[in-house]
Ligand binder design. Structure first.
Ligand SMILES: [Fe+2]
Length: 444
């Protein structure tokens, strides 16, 4: 069947479909001017199944697409599968007959981050996979034998201390484990967190002094695996709660706050304000109610958690369908004025449309429309300099062009998001929509 056949599930069609080649390129017909201060690599991860339909959007083999920028020039593009054990065809079961999980088996398809000089490709079911800057796979890491639980694809790197804070979730107890890393990448401790059941906990948030867990009603269900390709199911009767814990605290210190059933893959950010915790999220009223391809519609919501014992106030900030919320990484866990996201069409899976920039102080927003048939991936904000203003910087993303069935790497001026891009770098092939990426600057 061709890429365009409607008999294929949405994640095997259009720009969700995998590419079948690994490509390297080192010369580009750049339009515009690449900012000279961008020296580093932009890396983006996403599922790119190598052996046909894996049964669910989230289950494909991870592929990284990377662009290196240096001194105002695009130096290279390359895409590489993450050479996981699954990619290599290793058929060892992930869960043994005794129920022991092998966390070195996973697709590494969700995010790619830089921390403490390491580049880590991440998926929430297993250990991180270390990569080189040239996108060669080094292999899974357990941080010197210290990690013995899953590791989320959404660790948070504290902008103030450089610590990495993360968690993992599992279908068997302990269902949630919190991980705290030093700024130099040493796993300092892992702490089991009690929750009532096994839920799909995709992301979490940090503030200056706390972490926030989201225990939401997508609950583990083996029956659902056969029916919908994903062993998790919308179960509103499970309830929904947010857990607030001091960063250095323990399970005994977690305060739980009930909220209405909903699902959140991604917070935009969280911060402390006059004793409360403010958390902006892309909130789905429900998820996967009609099956694993039913994504409903997420919109930007502000939760204000009264940590002195009050409840959680919900305040809609926008009614557009969005996903992939991001902020200036220098504001991680600190008050943010600006946020960025993709507007989405969620009629079938999630397909991005435009980029939106929110000014949450003036309660305004602006759109970048890439043009007819041109759709972005998640956009990553990179500050123009260490002391630049919060929105003084660049938005990096891959943009798919349906007419050419190919993609561009695009740089926008975040302070003038609606304007023409600063630079457009046509790439030698299509970059599928994918999930998450990051800018990894060269060491100073
Ligand atoms: Fe994610």
């Amino acid at each position: 069947m061709s890429e365009g056949s409607s008999e294929l599930p949405f994640y095997m069609r259009g720009n969700h479909a995998p590419v079948d080649r690994e490509v390297s390129a080192d010369s580009f017909d750049v339009r515009g001017q690449i900012p000279e201060q961008l020296n580093g690599i932009y890396l983006r991860n996403g599922p790119n199944p190598i052996n046909g339909d894996p049964g669910h959007w989230f289950a494909g083999d991870g592929m990284i697409h990377g662009v290196r920028l240096e001194g105002g020039e695009a130096k290279s593009y390359r895409n590489r599968w993450v050479r996981t054990r699954l990619y290599e065809g290793d058929e060892t079961p992930r869960v043994s007959e005794e129920g022991v999980v092998d966390y070195t088996i996973g697709h590494a398809n969700t995010n790619i981050i830089g921390h403490a000089g390491k580049i880590l490709a991440l998926v929430e079911t297993g250990f991180p996979t270390e990569m080189t800057a040239d996108l060669d796979t080094i292999g899974t890491t357990d941080f010197g034998g210290k990690l013995n639980a899953p590791f989320s694809a959404h660790p948070k790197i504290c902008a103030t201390t450089g610590e990495m804070l993360c968690f993992g979730y599992n279908f068997a107890a302990p269902f949630v484990v919190y991980h705290q890393f030093s700024p130099t990448g040493e796993l300092l401790r892992s702490e089991a967190i009690d929750v009532p059941g096994a839920t799909m906990m995709h992301d979490f948030a940090i503030t200056q002094n706390h972490v926030i867990f989201m225990d939401l009603p997508i609950v583990f269900s083996l029956d659902n695996l056969a029916e919908q390709g994903m062993p998790y199911q919308w179960t509103p009767e499970y309830g929904a709660r947010l857990g607030v814990m001091p960063r250095d605290g323990s399970n005994d210190d977690v305060k739980w706050f009930e909220i209405d059933p909903c699902y959140v893959f991604h917070p935009m950010n969280a911060y402390e304000q006059q004793g409360n915790i403010v958390m902006d999220v892309a909130r789905y009223p429900k998820l996967w109610q009609a099956g694993g391809n039913d994504f409903d519609q997420a919109s930007l919501m502000r939760w204000t958690i009264d940590t002195s014992g009050g409840g959680v106030k919900e305040e809609p900030l926008d009614d557009r369908s969005i996903e992939f919320p991001r902020i200036d990484p220098r504001r991680e866990g600190l008050p943010h004025r600006f946020g960025y996201a993709s507007t989405t069409d969620s009629s079938e899976g999630i397909t991005t449309e435009h980029l939106v920039k929110y000014d949450l102080e003036s309660k305004t927003s602006e759109i970048h429309d890439f043009g007819s048939g041109r759709t972005p991936s998640e956009a990553v904000f990179v500050p123009a300099s260490a002391d630049a203003a919060e929105d003084e910087g660049f938005l990096l993303t891959y943009v798919y062009d349906a007419d050419r069935n190919s993609s561009d790497f695009v740089i926008l001026d975040a302070q003038n998001i609606a304007s023409e891009p600063l630079a457009i770098v046509p790439l030698p092939q299509r970059v599928p929509m994918g999930f998450h990426g990051n800018w990894i600057p060269d060491p100073n």
